[in-house]
Design a binder for this molecule. Structure first.
Ligand SMILES: NC(=O)NCCC[C@H](N)C(=O)O
Length: 415
């Protein structure tokens, strides 16, 4: 069997309501978002850099912006699932609560005694209260009162975190991703984000809605973040390799996707290891079945290492070759178009920083985008793309746009 013949099965028999994602632009049916909450209130000028936020968001306004984002999706018929709801529902299962408690309590930080005390306190909480602690974290002053306080408790500042908050849960794109009918729980590279995957893992393991879901990238641990993975077409993945996803991550994700029959070609795409380009989707996103919006400075610059299955459980690596050409070939199309935003370099750099290229397609040629990226949006419309604008003045302080803030769970097949 050739590599091409290993493409995933067609999905005409797939009934609506079954999780499955084969592309970036198939009509979006179900998406996972996280409405920002108490975890954002933990951000201070002392910790925002470490927690990967570029400012201190006004939380009420961020919630309003996020509600409007979810409202826009719902108005277009998309089912919006909220991570906090799924988490609380999954935690109804006793085993999920035990797993949540174990993942949150760090003996290296707390010492054995305090870790034991905290575990028994958390074990006594109901699902909603535990979900709150797992997302918002807990400070030392919020720990349950105790006789004979430990050295750890005495020596920490009351506002230090006994359990870190997870403000980047907002970016549901990164902590899990669907390829075909399988979900991959990502392996996040930044310490501030690693615990996020214990929550997505728990949701997919214990929420009844996902009871029959198989995993992709099962027990692998080399870093791969969802923002780096673009499903260019059924069976064709592009994986950014840069600040977050490593070469080992891209290679082992490819191997695992081939083994599971989820892909026939993976393109590993090098991107600069900088905050502005932390994921491939900060540089380019698909806006139509054969079109991308791309940071102009990257146009003609992106290369790719094509990875193919060797037919014996391993992989064959080629390249580097020009990304657009390799992508078009793998997708079986003549040309992968790049919408020509034609922006001057300063405007382009400003709008790229503000996630102008980070659009979320809800159908071929229909995208959600931040309203502030006036020039990029205008050029998209000139090219015939429908742009649904959302405001992100506060949401954007975490440095992520509509694609980063969404994890598609079901997209209809491309006709
Ligand atoms: N896919 C994305 O680009 N996600 C944005 C993640 C932003 C978050 N503050 C981070 O640094 O990881």
């Amino acid at each position: 069997m050739t590599a091409r013949q290993a493409a995933p099965a067609t999905r005409s028999a797939q009934p609506a309501g079954t999780p499955r994602v084969d592309s970036e632009v198939g009509p979006l049916r179900t998406v996972l978002l996280h409405r920002p909450g108490a975890e954002l209130k933990r951000l201070t000028p002392r910790n925002n850099d470490q927690l990967l936020f570029d400012g201190i968001p006004w939380v009420d306004r961020a919630q309003e912006e996020h509600d409007a984002f979810a409202g826009t999706l719902r108005s277009r018929g998309v089912e919006v699932l909220l991570l906090a709801d799924l988490l609380a529902e999954a935690l109804a299962d006793r085993r999920a609560r035990a797993a949540g408690v174990w993942s949150a309590v760090d003996e290296r930080r707390l010492g054995l005694d305090l870790a034991d005390t905290l575990r028994s306190h958390l074990t006594g909480l109901d699902a909603a209260a535990l979900a709150h602690v797992l997302t918002a974290g807990m400070t030392f002053e919020e720990l349950p009162a105790a006789e004979g306080a430990s050295l750890v408790r005495r020596m920490h500042h009351p506002h230090d975190f006994a359990i870190d908050p997870l403000p980047n849960l907002l970016f549901t794109r990164d902590s899990s991703l669907w390829v075909g009918d399988r979900v991959a729980v990502a392996s996040l590279s930044m310490p501030a984000r690693r615990r996020e995957t214990s929550l997505t893992d728990l949701i997919y393991a214990y929420h009844p809605r996902f009871a029959r879901t198989d995993r992709a990238y099962g027990a692998h641990s080399a870093p791969v973040e969802g923002g780096d993975v673009l499903l260019l077409a059924p069976g064709v993945l592009a994986i950014g390799v840069g600040e977050r996803t490593t070469p080992a991550g891209a290679e082992s994700f490819a191997r695992s996707a081939f083994t599971d029959g989820l892909a026939h070609t993976v393109l590993a795409v090098p991107i600069a290891q900088e905050r502005a380009t932390m994921h491939l989707d900060t540089v380019c996103t698909m806006v139509d079945r054969d079109a991308l919006v791309m940071y102009p400075a990257m146009r003609g610059e992106l290369s790719a290492y094509p990875i193919l299955p060797d037919g014996d459980g391993g992989v064959l690596v080629d390249g580097p070759v020009p990304f657009l050409e390799a992508a078009a070939e793998a997708m079986g199309i003549e040309r992968l178009r790049v919408i020509d935003t034609g922006l001057d370099p300063v405007t382009a750099e400003r709008e790229q920083w503000d996630d102008g290229n980070n659009t979320l397609a809800i159908a071929p040629g229909v995208v959600l985008a931040y309203e502030r990226n006036v020039e990029t949006n205008a050029r998209l419309e000139d090219a015939g793309v429908e742009v649904l604008r959302i405001s992100g003045s506060e949401l954007g302080s975490g440095r992520g746009g509509p694609r980063c803030m969404s994890c598609p769970i079901e997209r209809a097949p491309l006709a």
